[in-house]
Design a protein around this ligand. Structure first.
Ligand code: SF4
Length: 408
């Protein structure tokens, strides 16, 4: 295969991995400048909020494992290709010099053994950092089961590392990814977390200590390939954040690519709304101090599709509302639907200067069409209906889309 053909195969194979934020779109040139392909270049956000483009590809799509949900599993009859570490490094530099990309997102199938693959990933980084003196952003996958020494030396050259957990429970892994286990996946996460903490304290004392994975680690879970509930997924997410201080957990709606007794049918649509709701729940865990079992519980283990998880929680706990905006604590303000982190901070700051009126709230970024059922302002309630769960639920329910009637 030519380099371009291999690039097409290996960039296409990487598109199911969302742990570097976003992928592109397909767009045909209609007489203007440039084409866009849905594979190859993805975007991520740096710590200062900039959006950067990354070359996203696999080092190889040969794999000795047989994860049932994966297009690259060894049982699939698909075009296979590999790059050498030098080819990946050269491609990265050439794309960088042409201003197509600002960094690299490198994943890989497991060729021969975890150590062999991890060593090759390391070699890419070694060439880029030490030969080309490339200082751009690099995100690499850690191959589960690889030697900790390899993970360590790769971590000293990468900006971010990720180990995809893919399934939230040991049972689903056993069913869908029989060669993987949670302890094997957790081991490198634990190692990276410990080394990041150690590195941070060493850098406080010695300024010239080399940084270890400065942009932190992330992971991805596939949603809808197994029968796991949202409760299992959110609980696993909470554990990952608490135990390994992950920067992000990404969710990828499963796109059926393989047939199997334990997988959804090929005609099943990817559960995109479920994925969206999980991202909202993840936001509540990270920024709103929610606990997993407040968002979903054994009685209702799936997220409500009609309402975002914060409204669902508020509707289940109407006895806590309405809250007086001029007296509620910061933590209570964060629980009000329609009040975000920024608006809660603005309310707290503004209250030092005087009482807040209902008209002030809109200017502070509060979404009143949601918040009005859950607050009072200077003792007045503006919801217009009694603050009862059933009535508020009805008022906030999404408007049904109009349906075109049949002419006959
Ligand atoms: S190890 Fe990775 S590439 Fe290989 S089959 Fe499993 S998910 Fe796919």
């Amino acid at each position: 295969m030519s380099t371009l053909e291999r690039l097409a195969v290996l960039a296409d194979g990487a598109k199911y991995d969302v742990s570097c934020a976003s992928s592109g779109v397909n767009k045909q040139n209609k007489g203007g400048i440039g084409n866009s392909k849905s594979f190859g270049i993805c975007h991520t956000w740096s710590a200062d909020g900039r959006c950067v483009s990354l070359l996203k590809l696999l080092l190889t799509n040969y794999c000795i494992y047989n994860c049932h949900y994966c297009i690259n599993r060894n049982q699939n009859d698909i075009p296979r290709a590999s790059f050498t570490p030098r080819e990946v490094a050269d491609l990265t530099i050439q794309f960088y010099r042409r201003n197509y990309i600002e960094g690299l997102f490198l994943s890989s199938g497991i060729e021969r053994s975890p150590n062999h693959t991890m060593e090759r990933i390391y070699q890419v980084l070694d060439i880029l950092r030490h030969e080309y003196h490339f200082y751009g952003y690099i995100h690499v996958k850690v191959i589960p089961g690889a030697d900790p020494a390899l993970v360590n030396k790769t971590g000293l050259l990468a900006d971010r590392m990720s180990i995809n957990i893919e399934q939230p429970t040991e049972q689903s892994l056993k069913l869908l990814a029989p060669q993987k286990t949670l302890p094997v996946l957790f081991a490198p996460m634990n190692q990276i977390n410990n080394q990041m903490t150690q590195n941070a304290s060493e850098r406080k004392i010695f300024r010239h200590v080399q940084k270890f994975v400065p942009a932190g680690q992330s992971t991805q879970m596939i949603v809808g390939a197994s029968k796991d509930s949202d409760l299992s997924i959110i609980k696993a997410t909470e554990t990952l954040y608490n135990r390994f201080q992950l920067k992000r957990v990404y969710y990828s709606a499963y796109v059926p690519v393989n047939e199997g007794p334990n997988l959804p049918a090929l005609s099943t649509s990817p559960p995109l709304l479920r994925e969206h709701r999980l991202y909202q729940a993840d936001w509540l865990l990270r920024f709103y101090s929610f606990k997993a079992d407040e968002i979903v519980n054994e009685q209702s283990p799936f997220l409500d599709t009609d309402f975002d998880p914060k409204i669902s929680w508020a509707l289940r706990n109407m006895q806590l509302f309405p809250l007086e905006i001029n007296q509620a604590s910061y933590e209570e303000l964060l629980r009000i639907p329609g009040v975000g982190v920024t608006s809660a901070q603005r309310i707290i700051l503004q209250r030092r200067l005087g009482n807040i009126s209902y008209n002030h709230l809109k200017k502070m970024g509060v979404v009143l069409k949601r918040a009005k059922y859950f607050i009072t302002c200077q003792g007045c309630y503006y919801g217009g209906i009694p603050a009862e769960s059933a009535l508020v639920r009805q008022a906030l329910a999404p408007v049904a889309k109009p349906v075109q009637l049949c002419l006959f």
